[in-house]
Design a protein around this ligand. Structure first.
Ligand code: KG4
Ligand code: ZN
Length: 338
């Protein structure tokens, strides 16, 4: 099917045209980072308004880049949730109106399902696999047996990994979003001997906690005599990232072992992190695992990622009705479409 895919769950408006859930003809992303940076985080009302302003021209750009006319589209897939409800509603309402006007079906899908399946746009990963979904709102481990079959193995009990990166960056006076900045600062590998705790590693489950390591950074900063200089910021960032990467990779290994899975797929914005990629690559050799990462553009929020699920379900006749509502909180293991 030739699909238009739309994403507006947080602070990125995205539109893509994808053929047969595999061939990405366009994947356009309009980031709102500049809008929210002064507030140090996403302001929901501002996000909704910006989505509304850009969605029409963005879809036009996605179609023209793909060289596709609206009348050629065979379906629309959109993020229904989870996310900021006002932001989601812009994409969902647009998808309904556009599908209705064109007389084609549409389907509202799960944002994290999109992230997990993004990997299939670039490489064919066999099922079953362990999905490590690490983003600004999620740090979840799933066993994936097929499209639509997701079993939750573990999750964060407090902050998501990306949220912890952003909050720690803010504590150090760094810009928003802090994840990519900490990643760059940590590239030197110099942690100055600082060691932050690895919360929950001793617990024999697959859950995560990041608030302890965040508080440890805050305590460290408060004990300093003066504002940290550039070198100290680099060292704190390195020590923090190392702790987070250790926790994510160790818990993922435990989940893979418990479930007897040989393939691991790491997705979401935090999957762009170079320390995480490096550590997973090292561990894959020692533990005889195949680890897959989508390319950075497909790790962070985008809409092409929705087309794998969209094509699968729409081809089978699953569609959403015009009454469909956006949902801010929607557990992935409770989805059912149509
Ligand atoms: O998946 P995503 O784009 O949006 C959500 O669905 O949340 O993830 C955004 C999160 C932000 O918290 C951002 O700081 C983090 O991903 N992130 C990173 C990196 N790039 C983005 N965290 C660590 N290292 C990075 N290179
Ligand atoms: Zn996301």
């Amino acid at each position: 099917m030739l699909l238009l895919a739309i994403e507006s769950s947080c602070d990125e408006t995205a539109a893509a045209v994808v053929r047969d859930g595999r061939q990405v003809l366009s994947n356009i992303i309009s980031s709102q980072v500049d809008l929210h940076a002064v507030y140090g985080g996403v302001v929901p009302e501002l996000a909704s308004r910006r989505h509304l302003e850009v969605i029409n021209p963005l879809v036009a750009e996605a179609l023209s880049t793909a060289g596709v006319k609206a009348e050629e589209l065979e379906g629309i897939v959109v993020t229904r949730g989870p996310g900021l409800v006002g932001a989601l509603l812009v994409g969902v309402s647009f998808a309904k109106a556009y599908a209705y006007a064109l007389g084609i079906p549409f389907l509202g899908v799960h944002h994290i399902e999109g992230h997990i399946l993004a990997v299939q746009l670039e490489q064919e990963v066999q099922y079953p696999f362990l999905a490590v979904a690490v983003s600004g709102g999620h740090t979840h481990l799933y066993r994936v047996d097929a499209i639509g079959k997701y079993k939750l193995l573990g999750r964060t009990v407090d902050d998501a990994a990306g949220e912890a990166f952003d909050k720690v960056a803010k504590m150090m006076g760094l810009a928003y979003p802090g994840g990519p900045i900490i990643d760059k600062l940590a590239a030197s590998g110099d942690d100055g001997g600082i060691v932050f705790p690895r919360p929950m590693l001793k617990k024999q489950n697959c859950d995560f906690s990041f608030s302890g390591v965040k508080t440890a950074v805050l305590n460290y900063l408060q004990k300093l005599d003066s504002k940290p200089d550039e070198k100290q910021i680099r060292q704190i960032a390195t020590a923090f990232q190392t702790a987070v990467v250790d926790v994510i990779t160790q818990k993922a290994l435990r989940a893979a072992e418990m479930e007897g899975l040989q393939r691991v797929v790491v997705v979401g914005g935090v999957a762009c992190n170079s320390g995480l990629r490096k550590k997973f690559a090292e561990l894959s050799l020692v533990n005889n695992l195949s680890v897959y990462f989508p390319s950075p553009l497909l790790c962070a929020d985008n809409s092409a990622m929705l087309a794998v699920a969209g094509d699968h379900y729409l081809s089978q006749g699953f569609t959403s009705q015009l009454e469909l509502n956006a949902v801010s909180n929607w557990p992935l293991d409770q989805i059912h479409y149509g």
